[in-house]
Design a protein around this ligand. Structure first.
Ligand SMILES: Nc1ncnc2c1ncn2[C@@H]1O[C@H](COP(=O)(O)OP(=O)(O)OP(=O)(O)O)[C@@H](O)[C@H]1O
Ligand SMILES: [Mg+2]
Length: 229
C-alpha cells in the first residue's frame, strides 16, 4: 500500500462515499445499534467492501461510546477453524456484551468441511455479529448466504466520488478545479482503487509541474568579450 493510499484511507463513516441509498440504510441500521444482523457485503474488487465493513463496526462502537473491539480475519490466511473458534472466544465484548467479527474474502474457503464449520460458528456464537465480504457470492453455499443480510456493493460513480476526491487533492496541497479532478476520475474504470491510483499520479504530476515552474531560470550570461591587446 502506498503512503498516499494510507494517508487517505477512510477511517470513519464520514470518509466513506456510499453509492446508493441501500448502503446508507444499512449504515444507519448498524451504527444506531438497531440491528445486529450478520451482513454479507459482496461486489467486485475495489468497490470498498472491506473499508465499509471496518467503518461500520467502528461506527457501531462510536455510537455505543465504546472502544473498538473488532477482530479482523482474512480468510486467505485462516485455514484452521480451531484457531477461528479460539479467536472468536478471545474477542473482548463491548459494554453491551457484543462482539464483532469481520471475516474478509470468505470465498477463499474452498474446503466444504470448513464452510460447514463456519455455519456452525455463526449459529452458535453467542452475542457475536459477523460481517463477511466476498468478490464471488456465487461461490458461497446457500446456507452461508441465508445466515446473513446480503448487500451488493458498487463503487461510487465519478460524480459521487468527486467531492471526496477534491478533499484528497486539497489535503495533498494541490490546486485543481473540480473539472480537472472529475476528468481524472473519469479516465479509467470506476472503482475506488483506480480512483485513488489516478489521483496519486495526478498529484504527483501537478507537484512536479509546480516545481519546474518555481525553479529560477538559468540566467543568460553573455560570453566574455575577447579583448585585443
Ligand atoms: N471513501 C473512500 N475514500 C478514499 N479511499 C477509499 C474509500 N473507500 C475505499 N477507499 C480505498 O479504496 C481501496 C479499495 O477499497 P477496499 O479495499 O475496501 O475495497 P474491496 O471491495 O474490499 O476490494 P477487494 O475486493 O479487492 O478486497 C482501498 O485502498 C481503500 O483505502
Ligand atoms: Mg477487501
Amino acid at each position: 500500500m502506498s503512503d498516499f493510499i494510507k494517508r487517505h484511507q477512510p477511517k470513519t463513516v464520514d470518509d466513506l462515499v456510499l453509492s446508493n441509498i441501500t448502503q446508507m440504510v444499512i449504515f444507519n441500521m448498524i451504527s444506531s445499534g438497531v440491528s445486529n444482523a450478520n451482513l454479507l457485503l459482496y461486489g467486485a474488487n475495489g468497490t470498498g467492501k472491506t473499508s465499509l465493513a471496518r467503518a461500520l463496526i467502528a461506527g457501531y462502537f462510536e455510537a455505543h461510546n465504546d472502544n473498538d473491539m473488532c477482530e479482523y480475519i482474512n480468510m486467505t490466511k485462516m485455514k484452521d477453524f480451531n484457531k477461528l473458534r479460539n479467536t472468536i472466544g478471545l474477542v473482548p465484548r463491548n459494554v453491551s456484551g457484543r462482539r464483532w467479527l469481520l471475516i474478509d474474502e470468505v470465498e477463499k474457503i474452498t474446503n466444504r468441511h470448513l464452510l460447514d464449520e463456519l455455519h456452525d460458528i455463526i449459529d452458535n456464537s453467542y452475542n457475536c455479529s459477523f460481517i463477511l465480504t466476498t468478490n464471488n457470492k456465487g461461490a458461497l453455499p446457500g446456507g452461508l448466504i441465508s445466515r446473513c443480510q446480503a448487500i451488493g456493493i458498487e463503487a461510487p460513480s465519478p460524480d459521487q466520488f468527486l467531492s471526496r476526491a477534491q478533499e484528497i487533492v486539497i489535503a495533498e496541497g494541490i490546486e485543481a478545479t473540480a473539472a480537472d479532478v472529475l476528468a481524472v476520475l473519469q479516465q479509467g474504470a470506476a472503482d475506488l482503487r483506480g480512483y485513488l491510483f489516478r489521483l496519486e499520479m495526478f498529484c504527483l504530476s501537478r507537484r512536479m509541474a509546480q516545481r519546474t515552474v518555481s525553479v529560477p531560470a538559468v540566467p543568460h550570461t553573455t560570453p566574455p568579450q575577447k579583448t585585443t591587446p
